[in-house]
Write a protein that binds this ligand. Structure first.
Ligand SMILES: Nc1ncnc2c1ncn2[C@@H]1O[C@H](COP(=O)(O)OP(=O)(O)O)[C@@H](O)[C@H]1O
Ligand SMILES: [Mg+2]
Length: 423
């Protein structure tokens, strides 16, 4: 506890925008609750990806139990204590807690009384924050993140993970086009990281044979820092850099999930957008990358196997990313001549999420782009697929989506699809 400047009053909104909350650093957080429901809420917060680096211990017993414990051991970086007592009793128990509490420990009180005078008294007494029960786990995360958010620190970039429901659905193509568009048309620095060690297509798609950066970085997990990553990035255009994979079967690259997370953390310190091309491989590192990304984009096709895999991915991501927006689904290669397809509506119903973008099969545009090492926008900016990808890039970067375009285009495509499904 300390006597420094009081924190601002607690947020009045009970729905924090979880997509903008900073990550909580490697700190110790201990909680002593009175109510099991509070303990459960805090523990649920601990399972959120933003808390994954922090070490959380939750106990019952309130302030008195905390006082007992900290007579023997040091207080953590953040101490959360719940009390059901009246104002005077709270202040007196806190007096005892203060005697065992390190000055650097930030204390959060959870109480029953919604009273501004009590709040002010607590802040004056050196308490960092006061929350009224029942607490919302995301509010707690936001509060703790805010305490450690260094205003002088570099802003942290968004990690956007693209994954295909199965191989060949166009996930890499879409990731590369979106990354290129953000860098070259929306003018934001972007890195595209290719995690497909053996079969990666980023080098081909951008006509680039630069350094196989990601393998170098993963091979030296202890040396991963800004200097190393800068050396391993291949510059593609003014604002676009690539972290290329070896894309060869002659080399075994061991991918460790923690090393990969460190690589992406270092990359995101320097650029606002990191597009991660996650191959269709179910491994600890791919699961971890999808679970921890800011945005997940699942690229799928209107076929049974893709549908099943999309549903499984969505169900998994909903459980490991409880406090995040649903993954964005892109239905690609729709309308492949003569192929029986699952209609969009049925796909949406089965998966539980309506695809946000529907891209027609367009062998000419995509094929030309692919064989020339170009982007679809360069081949045909007017193509429906190119326009859908513009909207995806705009959605991911929070630029105003082209509402008119989407309203005009979607129904006609959906109509076409409905027709196709019936054939
Ligand atoms: N909408 C589309 N229409 C036609 N071809 C496409 C479309 N999207 C992607 N492709 C092509 O499909 C192939 C596989 O794409 P790729 O991005 O490598 O798939 P993934 O990364 O999912 O395995 C590429 O040749 C690509 O050009
Ligand atoms: Mg791929």
């Amino acid at each position: 506890m300390n006597q420094t400047a009081p924190m601002p009053a607690p947020e009045s909104s009970d729905q924090a925008d979880s997509s903008v909350i900073a990550l909580i650093p490697r700190i110790n957080i201990h909680a002593f609750c009175e109510e099991q429901s509070t303990a459960t809420a805090i523990q649920a917060g601990g399972n959120d990806r933003r808390m994954s680096k922090a070490h959380l211990d939750v106990h019952l017993g309130g302030i008195l139990a905390a006082i007992q414990v900290y007579q023997q051991q040091q207080t953590p970086d953040v101490l959360i204590v719940e009390t059901k007592k009246s104002r005077d009793e709270v202040m007196s128990e806190l007096g005892h807690l203060a005697q065992v509490c390190e000055p650097t420990t930030k204390v959060i009180i959870i109480g029953q009384i919604n009273d501004v005078v009590l709040y002010r008294d607590l802040i004056k007494a050196g308490i960092s924050e006061y929350m009224v029960a029942p607490i919302n786990e995301m509010q707690l995360i936001e509060l703790i993140a805010g305490m450690f958010d260094d205003p002088g620190a570099e802003p942290v970039g968004r990690v956007m993970a693209f994954v295909g429901a199965k191989g060949g659905v166009g996930s890499s193509t879409i990731a590369h086009n979106v990354g290129w568009y953000i860098a070259n048309k929306l003018a934001s620095d972007t890195v595209i990281a290719d995690l497909d060690m053996a079969f990666g297509t980023t080098g081909l798609d951008f006509n680039s044979d630069g350094i196989q950066g990601i393998a170098e970085a993963l091979g030296a997990p202890d040396r991963i820092d800004q200097v190393l990553i800068d050396r391993l990035l291949t510059k593609c255009t003014d604002k676009l850099s690539l972290l290329l994979s070896p894309s060869t079967i002659d080399r075994d690259v061991k991918v460790e999930k923690d090393a990969l997370e460190t690589v992406l953390d270092v990359v995101r310190k320097n650029v606002p957008y990191v597009v991660v091309d996650v191959p269709n491989i179910w491994a600890p590192w791919s699961k971890h990358t999808l679970a921890h990304a800011d945005d997940v984009i699942i690229v799928s096709t209107p076929e049974l196997a893709s549908l099943r895999n999309t549903k499984n991915l969505v169900d998994h991501l909903k459980t490991v990313r409880k406090n995040d927006a649903e993954p964005i689904i892109v239905l690609n290669q729709v309308g492949l001549p003569k192929r029986p397809e699952v209609p969009v509506g049925e796909f949406a119903k089965a998966v539980g999420i309506t695809p946000s973008f529907v891209i027609p099969h367009d062998a000419l545009t995509f094929g030309t782009a692919s064989s020339n090492g170009q982007m679809v926008f360069e081949v045909s900016a007017k193509a429906e697929g190119a326009q859908q990808l513009v909207m995806l890039a705009e959605k991911l970067t929070g630029r105003e989506p082209q509402k008119k375009a989407s309203k005009m285009k979607m129904p006609s495509i959906l109509e076409k699809l409905k027709g196709l499904g019936k054939k």
